[in-house]
Design a protein around this ligand. Structure first.
Ligand code: GAR
Length: 195
């Protein structure tokens, strides 16, 4: 059995990266995280990665707040390739990627999103769900394409929304589902990539 080399891109706390590490340690995912990259120098995900001895670097997006400049995507693709990454996992990464990265890793970039896509794409999906008065949301793992949360869906888990839920309480429950679903879907997809 061939182990999968993962590269993680994140902008925030890195709880999904931690769930991936926990699944690897528990034997549920035959993989190793080779590199963690973040567009946010203050992101906790970088600190968490370094604590585990994983190389963790900042991607310079040239001061752009939302844009992922082409040169930054090229650098990201190069760093991932140099680290020997087979499969890229977005874990709370908040920029849209276009050709340089998508071409470098065709069908090899996964994302976790905190809604039942195609419902509530984009930012703060948990807040969108509560504000819409929905009675159910969930989490989705999908392949990344050039759209916003539009790529082919690999798996979903449903999460009920209760009348007294706030955006924060719902997000906390969605994250528990993310931490179950993402490592399981990575393990399943990785077996499809193997020769
Ligand atoms: C997660 O809830 C993830 O689904 C969301 O950001 C959070 C990151 O948490 N991603 C998106 O909204 C992407 N559109 P983490 O840094 O603790 O893993």
């Amino acid at each position: 059995m061939v182990m999968t080399n993962l590269g993680i891109l994140g902008s925030g706390a890195g709880s999904n990266m931690q769930a991936i590490l926990d699944a690897i340690a528990a034997g549920g995912l035959d993989a190793r995280i080779r590199i963690v990259l973040s567009d946010n120098p203050d992101a906790l995900i970088l600190e968490r990665a370094r604590k585990h001895g994983i190389p963790a670097e900042v991607i310079d997006c040239g001061g752009h707040r939302m844009k992922f400049p082409e040169v930054a995507q090229e650098t990201t693709a190069r760093k991932l390739a140099e680290a020997g990454v087979d499969l890229v996992c977005l874990a709370g990464f908040m920029r849209l990627m276009k050709r340089p990265l998508l071409d470098a890793f065709p069908f090899r970039i996964l994302n976790i999103h905190p809604s039942l896509l195609p419902a509530f794409p984009g930012l703060e999906a948990w807040k969108q769900a509560v504000e819409a008065g929905a009675s159910e949301s969930g989490v989705t793992v999908h392949l990344v394409d050039a759209g916003m949360d539009t790529g082919p869906i690999l798996g979903q888990e449903r999460v009920a929304i209760f009348p007294d839920d706030t955006p924060e309480s719902l997000h906390a429950r969605l994250q528990l589902a993310e931490h179950r679903l993402y490592p399981a879907m990575i393990a399943k997809y990785a077996t499809r990539l193997r020769p």
